[in-house]
Design a protein around this ligand. Structure first.
Ligand SMILES: Nc1ncnc2c1ncn2[C@@H]1O[C@H](COP(=O)(O)OP(=O)(O)OP(=O)(O)O)[C@@H](O)[C@H]1O
Ligand SMILES: [Mg+2]
Length: 266
């Protein structure tokens, strides 16, 4: 039975879609996992652009608008990942709240289902939360995003959703931004990956090739690789004797233990 996770934030442009596409590609290509990647950003769907699926036939919108269209009809295979893209131009009524039910039988064929969610605090983000077993918060280290991260954490916890960790993305070198410790303490969610700002990320989007395939050796891809490894229970190699593990390394070890034990429970 596939474990369903969503990348969430209340702020646009923090990297949810980039991370969803990258983690899915990493789990499928490095670890041979069966992954379903779903566009849950119904107002501004762009997962297809990240996964090089430009003009799909059936989409998540078709499945959510008709009881006769199964979700499986909207699956498009790319980079060894099964992708359910959205349709920018969709102009009929659809019901995001059907997402959970529509994924129920399909998820049995996968190890992971990854939902790229919307930053809009309405039924778009709620549909991703309700369909998921756990959430990953995506944040950047600045005060406006931090306040949004605090709010979405509250919304998620009020709904009983499990937040497995936070990805701190677009971190700059130097001390011009809020520290990882301060972000973690304010939001109350452990940071399980710290990803640096990297010009290659935009280049990979331009070429429509997810980062783990486009720039395997980048810090971005290495960090996504460590997150993927933790999610499937693989232990990280210890750093050299002289380098101390960061907070995110320690948190990821805890994530590995909790994800691993929950796989055995299911
Ligand atoms: N670590 C990074 N370094 C540099 N650029 C990045 C990084 N992560 C993401 N980006 C860039 O930031 C932009 C926004 O990323 P993305 O579309 O994934 O955000 P999002 O959270 O999904 O936004 P939205 O909520 O609007 O859907 C993209 O142009 C992407 O290439
Ligand atoms: Mg997005």
């Amino acid at each position: 039975m596939g474990r369903v996770i969503s990348f969430v934030s209340l702020k646009g442009g923090v990297g949810k879609t980039t991370l969803s596409a990258s983690l899915a590609t990493e789990l499928a290509n490095t670890y041979g996992k069966r992954v379903l990647l779903v566009d849950g950003n119904y107002s501004a769907p762009n997962l297809g652009l990240h996964m090089d699926i430009i003009s799909p036939g059936k989409t998540v919108h078709d499945a959510l608008s008709s009881s006769r269209t199964r979700m499986s009809a909207a699956v498009h295979e790319k980079y060894n990942v099964d992708v359910i893209p959205g349709n920018f131009m969709f102009n009929r009524d659809f019901n995001p709240m059907k997402l959970r039910a529509k994924l129920a039988s399909l998820k049995r064929g996968y190890d992971f289902v990854i939902i790229d969610s919307s930053p809009a605090l309405n039924e778009e983000i709620i549909s991703s939360m309700l369909a998921s077993d756990s959430l990953f918060l995506v944040s950047t280290p600045d005060y406006p995003t931090l306040s949004c991260s605090m709010k979405i954490t509250k919304v998620a916890r009020n709904r009983g959703a499990e937040i497995s960790g936070m990805i701190l993305n677009r971190v700059h070198k130097g001390n011009s931004q809020i520290s990882l410790g301060e972000v973690q303490e304010s939001v109350g969610v452990p940071v399980v990956a710290k990803i640096m700002e990297n010009r290659k990320v935009n280049l990979s989007l331009y070429h429509r090739i997810p980062m783990p395939l486009f720039s395997r050796k980048s810090q971005f891809s290495k960090e996504v690789g460590k997150l993927a490894a933790a999610m499937i229970g693989i232990k990280e190699k210890k750093k050299g004797w002289f380098s101390r593990p960061g907070k995110e390394d320690v948190n990821r070890e805890m994530l590995r233990e909790s994800f691993y034990s929950s796989i055995f429970e299911n």
